[in-house]
Design a protein around this ligand. Structure first.
Ligand SMILES: Cc1cc2nc3c(=O)[nH]c(=O)nc-3n(C[C@H](O)[C@H](O)[C@H](O)COP(=O)(O)OP(=O)(O)OC[C@H]3O[C@@H](n4cnc5c(N)ncnc54)[C@H](O)[C@@H]3O)c2cc1C
Length: 400
């Protein structure tokens, strides 16, 4: 199974999938495959890094099928924007998850029962055929079908009685599309921590049907969904206003891996371009390789767009490396695409005051798609759906 790791390959994948993005998608999307052929686009690793944007994907699908026939596919793309917006207003959920992972990982050594059940699960030795096969598939490909993810998470939480936070951590390390919002919040949704009173309980007959009989699922699955403990939902925070570029200056572009759609950013004349390395010791080699290929593609495109050779910034010393880069090119401002809650936004948060101390402004260009989505993701998805026509009416490259 391959996933497009360049912008051109993402458009090619989308164009190949277009005929299936209408009625076929609505009918088959929950099936893991259809006579061996994919039932979904498998674009998520590319969309996650915005090698291709949600706006571009929706525009092409609507041009092919019309709005009505594409509803189901557009809704799914917008689930992503909803999750990102929802987390944006509640960053404490992300921080809490990171803290929980640290303490639960330590508990694996001190609690032998938890440690043994966790070890069996991640080794694919639970005796639950679908679960053990999905672990292997996740490691081999860096991807699982959405229906497999829901059932994997449900079995992890309710049948194996493992903490959802450690399951989300496994996905975070392994998935090529690992996304702070979609991953954390989907796990919480399955666990019953997102929508009060709503859990997702895996059922053997549904797994058999949706996997086309690939799994027998004879091992017993939980019949009760006991909602795990949780610190509760923080009150939503106001979304900060977007930055704007004003006046002329020596400007550098920082290419971050949350948004590689440089072609649809309104770029001013650039003095310098830099793209930090994306490799991190915590990630699976497959995910790290995918990220580096996508970064190399963005760097190559940046050369064509800006007419300057990009500089590489040391990942481990990003703040110091960026300050030195700004000083070398005598930059007044650095622009970058705004990043939603997650490790990249945290880096930008650390970078901004350090640059400001040197008299360099860090400006985050926010896409209008994100601004509208983030402001409408304060309740449930069904309330958010009312904003989808506004998202679709935005020009593809619009920023705030
Ligand atoms: C426990 C769990 C963890 C998940 N973790 C992630 C994650 O880390 N990153 C991620 O991108 N998705 C995540 N998802 C959502 C979903 O499973 C994937 O987006 C989808 O499987 C990607 O396959 P596709 O590209 O073929 O999707 P398609 O069905 O072709 O949909 C097109 C695009 O819409 C978006 N999308 C589709 N379904 C969803 C959904 N349910 N939620 C959010 N966005 C969606 C994706 O960007 C996807 O590429 C998770 C779901 C679950 C249940």
């Amino acid at each position: 199974m391959t996933f497009p790791a360049t912008r051109d390959a993402a458009f090619e994948r989308l164009d190949g999938f277009l005929p299936h993005a209408g009625a076929d998608y609505a009918q088959w999307r929950n099936h893991h495959d259809r006579d061996g052929a994919p039932t979904t686009s498998r674009l998520s690793p590319a969309i996650r890094r915005r090698l291709i944007s949600e706006a571009e994907v929706c525009a092409r699908v609507i041009a092919h099928h019309g709005r009505a026939a594409a509803t189901r596919f557009i809704d799914e793309v917008c689930w992503r924007s909803y999750w990102v917006g929802w987390l944006q207003a509640r960053p404490a959920i992300w921080r809490r998850w990171r803290d929980d992972v640290a303490s639960l990982t330590a508990a694996l050594d001190t609690d032998p029962d938890l440690g043994a059940r966790h070890a069996a699960a991640i080794a694919g030795q639970t005796g639950i055929d679908c679960f053990d096969a999905w672990i292997a598939e996740l490691r081999d490909t860096g991807w699982l079908h959405n229906h497999a993810r829901m059932n994997f998470a449900s079995i992890w939480i309710f049948t194996l009685r493992l903490p959802w936070q450690l399951g989300a951590e496994l996905f975070w390390r392994e998935l090529l599309d690992a996304c702070p919002a979609s991953n954390t919040l989907s796990w919480r949704w399955v666990a019953g921590l997102h929508t009060p009173g709503k859990t997702y309980l895996a059922r053997a007959e549904t797994i058999r049907a949706m996997s086309g009989g690939r799994f027998a699922v004879t091992a017993p699955l939980a019949t009760d969904a006991i909602v795990p403990p949780d610190a509760g939902l923080p009150a939503p925070m106001a979304i900060a206003p977007a930055d704007r570029i004003e006046g002329n200056a020596r400007i550098g572009l920082l290419v971050m891996s949350s948004d590689f759609s440089l072609e649809t950013l309104p770029l001013p004349r650039l003095t310098a371009v830099a793209a930090p390395e994306t490799v991190s010791a915590d990630l699976s080699p497959l995910r790290a390789d995918y990220g580096e290929t996508a970064r190399a593609d963005a760097v190559a495109r940046a050369v064509l767009l800006a007419g300057v050779a990009p500089d590489r910034l040391d990942n481990d010393h990003m703040v110091e490396a960026t300050r030195a880069w700004a000083a070398r090119h005598r930059l007044d401002r650095i622009i970058t695409a705004d990043a939603p809650v997650g490790p990249i936004a945290a880096r930008l948060d650390r970078l901004a005051p350090a640059l400001a101390a040197d008299g360099v402004q860090l400006l985050r260009l926010r896409r209008a798609w994100d601004d509208v989505a983030w402001r409408h993701a304060d309740k449930g998805f069904f309330a958010f759906r009312a904003a989808i026509p506004r998202l679709l009416a935005l020009p593809v490259g619009a920023i705030c």
